[in-house]
Design a protein around this ligand. Structure first.
Ligand code: WQD
Length: 327
């Protein structure tokens, strides 16, 4: 299938492009390189530098590539920033997605795989979280992801475009075959922050609270390896092509790791000590957020293979070493 990957130069996008190429799809990346990296691009995939805020650039791209399917991963994703600058998230995440949907509709795209998020659920009412859990996002970023899922439902009803909304839990790790190592600029997520502390790019990790109702008091999350996420996108296209039926699924592991588990795991992977300090909780953080991935296993036949902490942290450490950081 000809598949356009919007945001395909990014961290998850580049791993998804690699997976789709390995499965024999014809792939073309559309990315403005605002957070994506040219080093994440593969020669076997086409590349068009363009902006989702330009309907004209999207129209020209869809006219020339004529994709049957598309993956939409182009979004800002910093939950904290979305609360202080919602306007930026409305423009990029909402208006940008509407532009993509209208271009897909005008150019008769059949299938859309959308990068959604566990942030659509908000604070967990029960655990592990399944797709029946209420969607009550607590940050504006999560709201934008949920809003786009609703647009997709309408474009399915009115235009027959079938979609798979993949609700990622905490994406982590790097390609187990070492083919991708582009590092995020100014990361806010825990694992890249820990790696920056290990490689001297920052002086210490601030641990946001150790008084949560968890085993060691620090926040627990469901870390999913990016190769597992990428495989989920490929399996979603297989499903859509075979069943012509839309779906929403969680991609997670149903296992949790605390902040201190991550810090100790990174020390094991690197053989170095992580400098850290316990500080106040970060507003809006739930104590624990763990996925129930049973629906993805049942409907897609998907399950995590590389999401153990050792693989996640060793592949991440190798990506930092590959960039000449740490030793
Ligand atoms: C993980 C844990 C923090 C940084 C976010 C988005 C979510 C999704 C994944 C895209 C928490 C703690 C973190 C630090 C810390 N993104 N932490 N010190 O908040 O679970 O989810 O990324 O889909 O939408 O909200 O990820 O990595 O920020 O935090 O103590 O410097 O690490 O409190 O317990 P989060 P995170």
């Amino acid at each position: 299938m000809k598949i356009a990957v919007i945001g395909g130069a990014g961290y998850i996008g580049s791993h998804t492009v690699r997976e789709l190429l390995d499965a024999g799809h014809k792939v073309h990346v559309f990315d403005n390189l605002s957070s994506g990296l040219e080093q994440n691009l593969f020669p076997e995939a086409g590349f068009t530098k363009g902006d989702i805020l330009s309907p004209a650039e999207l129209d020209a791209f869809f006219s020339s590539f004529q994709p049957e399917g598309l993956v939409h991963l182009a979004a800002f994703k910093a939950a904290g920033e979305s609360m202080t600058n919602p306007e930026k998230y409305s423009v990029n995440n909402i208006s940008g997605s509407v532009n993509i949907l209208n271009a897909a509709s005008a150019h008769h795209v059949k299938y859309i795989v959308f990068s959604s998020s566990a942030a659509t659920y908000g604070s967990p009412k029960y655990m592990p979280v399944d797709e029946k859990h209420p969607t009550d996002p607590e940050n504006y970023y999560g709201f934008t992801k949920l809003a786009i899922e609703k647009f997709l439902k309408w474009y399915d009803d009115l235009r027959g475009i079938k979609f798979a909304a993949l609700r990622y839990f905490n994406a982590a790790g790097y390609d187990v075959k070492g083919r991708i190592n582009g590092l995020e600029k100014n990361p806010a997520n825990l694992i890249p922050v820990v790696m920056e502390a290990l490689t001297g790019k920052r002086s210490e990790v601030l641990v946001f609270g150790n008084d949560y109702d968890t085993a060691d008091g620090t926040g627990v999350r469901d870390y999913i390896h990016v190769n597992d996420l990428a495989r989920g996108h490929k399996m979603a296209f297989d499903y859509l092509q075979k069943n012509n039926q839309s779906l929403v699924v969680n991609l997670g592991t149903q296992t949790g790791a605390s902040v201190l588990d991550i810090i100790h795991g990174a020390e094991k992977a690197s053989g170095k000590k992580v400098p850290y300090r316990i500080v106040e909780r970060r507003p809006g953080d739930p104590a624990s957020l763990i996925a129930n991935p049973a629906k993805a296993k049942e409907i897609l036949g998907w399950e995590a293979k590389y999401s153990d902490l050792d693989t996640i942290l060793s592949t991440t450490w190798k990506a930092y070493l590959a960039n000449g950081l740490g030793k």
